[in-house]
Ligand binder design. Structure first.
Ligand SMILES: *Cc1c(COP(=O)(O)O)cnc(C)c1O
Length: 321
């Protein structure tokens, strides 16, 4: 296999310049109640308040902003049922790039509508009969579109790393950092920023208990594939880490932890009641793991990335009940 060129912190810095004034520099929030409960000082980086409701806008915009004039003219294709679809659709609209998004037939109607609302062409496929990656590749080949994957892409990783970069620039070095983990775009980008700006911090990725492929991969030393996990954390229902994200995670991340759906529900409730914030289940992974590590966090400064806030209201109330 040829050497993969991994993105570096310099790429994160370049990404932050590219997205400046377009992506929100999201707020960092704290909770006195939580700090007292944990005996720690916790800083939340609130990507639930990012444009389109999740950090994925950072990586999507960064990737599209690097297109050549030819790529911009031909367009972009992405496959996703969730936040990546909306991130690419919105970035494409802002940059005047035609976008095609491949979505499963059973994707929530609200998500399909939101993606169309950003002006993207939506191609529906049957999740059980068809291979979305093949559909994406066919569309790319037939129409000369550039395929932007949700996590295993250097520009996507660099863009996702800008959230942690902003966090350290605002609050300084931290003792612990927790980030949700799906395919690893957010965690590997966070790792690049952490090792540059807060090198001594202990950095943890957190994935749903039902889909701990990342944990298995880190422990076995090679990428483990699993079936699509059953979990309410729909932003982290990935089946495997990426060829770019895994080497960075292996090199720079201290460990991968898990959280149960029950823990995620409890944290959704905490964010709603105590911090007046809507956080989607996947966005609660970091806090769930931090709370479980309370004993080690005494007197420490802790950063937690809240990755997103996109959840349908009926679903949200059902999960909170
Ligand atoms: C995509 C996503 C994740 C997981 O990100 P990866 O880069 O795939 O690890 C976590 N939370 C939310 C809200 C997401 O949309």
């Amino acid at each position: 296999m040829s050497e993969l060129k991994l993105p570096t912190f310099a790429d994160v810095v370049a990404a932050s310049e590219r997205i400046a004034g377009v992506a929100h520099a999201t707020p960092v929030k704290t909770s006195r109640t939580l700090n007292e409960a944990l005996g720690a000082e916790v800083f939340f980086k609130c990507e639930n308040m990012q444009r389109m409701g999740a950090f994925k806008f950072r990586g999507g915009y960064n990737a599209l902003a690097r297109f050549t004039p030819e790529q911009r003219k031909a367009g972009v294709v992405a496959f996703s049922s969730g936040n990546h679809a909306q991130a690419i659709a919105l970035s494409a609209r802002l940059l005047g790039v035609p976008a095609t998004i491949v979505m499963p037939h059973d994707a929530p109607a609200a998500k399909i509508a939101a993606t169309k609302g950003y002006g993207a062409q939506v191609v529906i496929y049957d999740r059980y009969q068809e291979d979305r990656e093949q559909i994406g590749r066919d569309l790319a080949a037939k129409h000369g579109l550039t395929l932007i994957p949700p996590y295993d892409h250097a520009d996507v990783i660099a863009g996702q790393g800008t959230a942690a970069k902003e966090l350290f620039e605002e609050v300084g070095a931290l003792d612990f950092v927790f980030a949700p983990l799906g395919g690893g775009g957010l965690l590997s980008g966070t790792a690049l920023a952490t090792r540059a700006l807060s090198p001594a911090a202990r950095l943890y990725g957190v994935e749903p208990e039902a889909g701990n492929d990342g944990q298995q991969s880190l422990r076995s030393g090679s990428i483990v594939h699993i079936d699509t996990p059953k979990t309410i954390a729909d932003g982290a229902q990935t089946q495997h880490l990426g060829n770019l994200t895994f080497p960075i995670i292996k090199r720079d991340v201290d460990d991968i932890l898990t959280a149960s759906d029950e823990q995620l529900r409890a944290e959704m409730r905490f964010f709603a009641e105590r911090m007046k914030m809507v956080v989607e289940p996947t966005g609660c992974l970091g806090l769930a793991a931090a709370r479980a590590m309370k004993a080690q966090l005494q007197g420490k400064r802790v950063g937690i990335i809240i990755s997103g806030g996109n959840v349908d209201i009926p679903r949200y109330t059902e999960l909170l009940a």
